[in-house]
Design a protein around this ligand. Structure first.
Ligand code: SF4
Length: 865
């Protein structure tokens, strides 16, 4: 075994430390870093499965132009020439970079320097716009800077933690585990505010199923309650402006706007008002709204007014979605920021950065935010676009429109590790990037902690780091100051720039890290320069011109009413075991077993009214697009407000691309899209048949609906169609590349057909067709791949081998049927006892909320087959 390399998980904003090592066979072993302050050795199931996502099959290994492999020189020269020509003909704003919270800070720094300091345009935006922009805007309005005031340990020191618009259990699992451990140790009260009853609710003392979008009203009511009960801080108020106006505006919110019972509302108001040590954690449920910035400020107003900020166990806390969303914010990755929290529109800040960079042409006005950027691409105003490590043809609102705009753009380059993402397929030039495990740099997590990401694998083929690609293009465009030997030199320059920024009054100061030993840099929280204070604003000093915090008057409003044509409001979000567009997590079979296909979670009343049963398919349509999704009937969502996860792409489920349904409606301050309230119509999909297949090799189904997921021996595919093939045997044969089935079982009268494909007596594939949703043991069939095929057409294990059912605990591979059997037939009554008996929930803990729900008789019973 090689010595373990200390690095950082590439998924969520918790920023867990990881130890990566390789055994003699080259297999990667992953463990949580016990010395990393963010996770202290813990990992969630996604982090624990990182070693299973590192294969190079299908990687982009050489630059490509027009689909043909070329040298790096040819590809880089072409990008530099096309960008230079476009700028010469149409000006700097005719080109753009669209980047990602997956980039390391050093990559971000180079991209930002190139665009803002040398090309002279601020047309560089990031997919963090879809995630955190409303928090950034809210922070800047209230604090004068985009500064997270507190630390994770505040969640452990608080007496009350309010989680609003945050499914922490699934989206930031290790932080949730830390919170639950604190609750067990000291009795922390937890309140979850969410229209959905998510997994996070299982550990909560109170779940407030708020009316969707009513968060601003709720925190306005809280502000009035705090004022009316004398809870404003006399000590802190002189350090603030706008308190009277904020209270006056808050008076327009009414209790009935929240959709909460008077008792629940009072309980929350009194709990918050009566608890000094309160942390309010918020995330995408707040940010992804056309009033997201106002919602953020409604929360901040309450913490400011009571002085509950920047002190141990107190403060508002936005948790970031991506591993380096925070690093991107710090380094100026958004169109309206300069590096080190300096402001693009401040002439003094611009001059300071320009002097430091010796730049020829500084951008002097904000560029186009993500939605506007792709509209400009569509309209031909942006003619050359470089997309790095993100997949906007899937993840942007109006994804179909964005895909068409990219396809029609004069020139598109994409840096990625895969050549066949929905976006990479549209690019003229593809640049092979290094992936996690091969990259060196830094990331910043949600609590301002900078951690090293270290390479422990060689870069495959000709793959090169993003910072190198950007610096090479900059040099080929004739720019000076891009000749770093490695990311350590970039970080050093960044740290020195932060000293300049600190002189301008910026809080982002890491000048103490300039000249530091980069290779061995331990996790460090900023500021780390003249100041090393751990929390901000508890001293009443803000970064506004007058040094006072700003309370913002919020006139809260609910989302527009649904229309007759589109009567449902679709909520979107993440699931526990997948990440973004599954380009990494989709490679780990065990991560595909928890929720294996795109689905629509629908309240029973809606399902009954629409004539939709669980496991059938629904057609979901908005003015922007259409999807076909598996129905999951559940009272965890509110009537009229279904939920669908956002991970599936053209490669994994072409009719499951949820952002094709989402409109490009944005918050006017932050430019963040409202991704959680798309107006949609829902109707049954007229399936004439349903199918399920397993296959050792990839296959491309020709039918209305399919969704693929990895299994250990290949893949599994869900299928459906609205018309029946004339000959099922021929259709099955075509699905498996023209191979004739080795075994078949057909009952045409019942519409049931089963086929098995073999090679040397071993199962290479199987197809099951039925007029109703196919009921069989999917895990059993997947396990048969590559083994003897004799019993394959039975679709189930023999009576002597119980079917474990769909996976609940992905670490220990414990299925739903096994857990239900333990609860109902073995009398197991606690999560801990399930862990002892079955191992479920005893490793990373990510499934513990689901186990708790099953113990309470809730959860996915209907999916047991
Ligand atoms: Fe990675 Fe987030 Fe899981 Fe930590 S909690 S292991 S950072 S996905």
């Amino acid at each position: 075994m090689t010595a373990a390399v200390r690095t950082t998980c590439p998924y969520c904003g918790v920023g867990c430390g990881v130890l990566a090592s390789r055994d003699a066979a080259g297999r990667v072993h992953i463990a949580g870093d016990p010395d990393h302050p963010a996770n202290r050795g813990r990992l969630c199931v996604k982090g624990a499965a990182l070693g299973e996502t590192l294969g190079n099959d299908g990687r982009l290994l050489a630059p490509r132009v027009g689909g043909r492999e070329v040298s790096w020189d040819r590809a880089l020269d072409l990008i530099a020439a096309r960008f230079s020509e476009t700028i010469a003909a149409h000006g700097p704003d005719s080109v753009a970079l669209y980047v990602s919270g997956q980039l390391l800070t050093e990559d971000y720094y180079v991209a930002n320097k190139l665009m803002k300091g040398f090309i002279g345009s601020a047309n560089i935006d990031t997919n963090s716009r879809l995630c955190m922009a409303s928090s950034v805007a809210g922070h800047r309005r209230a604090f004068g800077s985009d500064t997270v005031p507190g630390q994770y340990e505040d969640l452990e020191e608080a007496d009350l933690v309010v989680l609003v618009g945050s499914n922490l259990a699934w989206c930031h699992p290790v932080l949730h585990q830390r919170l639950l451990a604190a609750k067990a140790a000291r009795g922390t009260k937890i309140v979850v505010i969410d229209p959905r009853r998510t997994a996070t609710c299982e550990g909560a003392d109170l779940h407030l199923a708020l009316a969707p979008g009513a968060d601003g009203h709720l925190f306005n009511l809280l502000l009035c309650h705090l004022f009316d009960h004398g809870r404003f801080s006399a000590e802190f108020l002189p350090r603030l402006t706008g308190a009277d106006a904020a209270v006056a505006a808050a008076r327009t919110s009414r209790a009935e706007d929240t959709g909460l019972s008077p008792a629940d509302l009072d309980r929350f108001l009194e709990l918050w008002a009566g608890t000094q040590k309160v942390v309010t954690v918020y995330s995408q449920g707040i940010n992804q709204s056309d009033t997201g910035t106002d919602k953020v400020n409604a929360i901040l107003n309450c913490h400011l007014a009571t002085g509950r900020i920047g002190r141990p166990g107190m403060g508002p806390f936005s948790v970031t979605g991506q591993p380096n969303a925070m690093g991107g914010r710090e380094v100026g990755g958004l169109v309206n920021m300069l590096a080190c929290h300096l402001e693009l529109e401040n002439p003094g800040h611009r001059a300071a950065v320009q002097g430091f960079w010796a730049s020829p042409r500084m951008a002097d006005r904000p560029g186009l935010k993500a939605v506007d950027m792709f509209r400009a691409v569509e309209e031909g105003r942006i003619k050359a676009l470089w997309i790095l490590h993100t997949n906007p043809a899937v993840t942007m609102p109006e994804a179909d429109r964005v895909a068409r705009a990219i396809a029609a753009c004069d020139f598109v380059a994409a840096s990625d590790i895969w050549p066949d993402t929905d976006t990479a397929r549209l690019a003229h030039v593809l640049l092979p990037a290094t992936g996690w495990g091969e990259k060196d740099g830094t990331v910043t997590n949600s609590e301002r902690m900078i951690s090293r990401q270290r390479a422990f694998l060689p870069a495959p083929g000709l793959a090169r780091p993003d910072w190198w690609q950007l610096a090479q293009v900059a040099q080929r465009m004739g720019f000076q100051g891009f000749d770093w030997a490695g990311p350590g030199e970039i970080f050093d320059e960044y740290a020195r720039l932060s000293a300049v920024a600190a002189e301008q009054g910026s809080d982002f100061d890491i000048s103490g890290l300039a000249g530091a030993e980069y290779d061995t840099l331990p996790p460090v929280t900023w500021p780390h320069g003249r100041s090393t204070r751990r929390r901000f604003f508890g001293d009443g000093r803000f970064h506004t011109p007058d040094g006072r915090g700003r309370m913002i008057p919020i006139s809260a409003r609910l989302p527009a009413h649904a229309t007759e044509a589109h009567p449902f409001r679709l909520n979107t979000g993440r699931i526990r075991d997948q990440w973004h567009t599954m380009t990494r997590t989709g490679l780990a079979p065990r991560l595909s077993q928890h929720l294996a296909e795109p689905y629509l979670e629908l309240h029973p009343k809606d399902a009954q009214r629409l004539g939709l049963a669980s496991a059938t398919l629904a057609e979901v349509e908005s003015p922007q697009g259409r999807a076909i999704l598996r129905v999951l009937v559940s009272d965890r969502v509110a009537p009229g407000h279904p939920f669908a996860p956002m991970h599936w792409t053209g490669q994994t489920a072409p009719t499951g691309r949820i952002d094709a349904l989402v409109p490009g409606l944005c918050d006017p301050v932050s430019g963040q899209p409202a991704s959680k309230s798309a107006a949609v119509a829902i109707r049954p999909f007229p399936a004439r048949w349903y199918g399920f297949a397993v296959a050792r090799e990839d296959l491309t189904p020709d039918c209305d609906y399919w969704a693929k997921g990895r299994v250990a021996g290949g893949l599994q595919v869900e299928l459906a169609g609205s018309s029946l093939p004339e000959d099922w045997s021929a259709w099955a044969s075509a699905l498996f590349g023209g191979t004739a089935p080795a075994m078949a079982l057909s009952d045409p009268a019942r519409g049931v057909h089963r086929f098995a494909f073999t090679e040397g007596g071993q199962l290479t594939g199987a197809l099951f067709v039925s007029p109703d949703p196919v009921r069989l043991s999917r895990g059993h069939l997947a396990d048969l791949l590559g083994r003897g095929a004799a019993d394959a057409l039975a679709g189930r294990p023999g009576a002597d081998r119980p079917d474990p059912g769909p996976t609940v605990c992905a670490c220990l591979n414990v299925g739903l049927n096994t857990i239900l059997d333990a609860i109902h037939n073995r009398g197991i009554l606690s999560v801990e006892a399930l862990g002892t008996a079955l191992g479920a929930g005893a490793n990373c803990g990510s499934c513990r909320p689901e186990l708790a729900a099953l113990l309470q008789g809730q959860g996915r019973r209907e999916a047991a087959e």
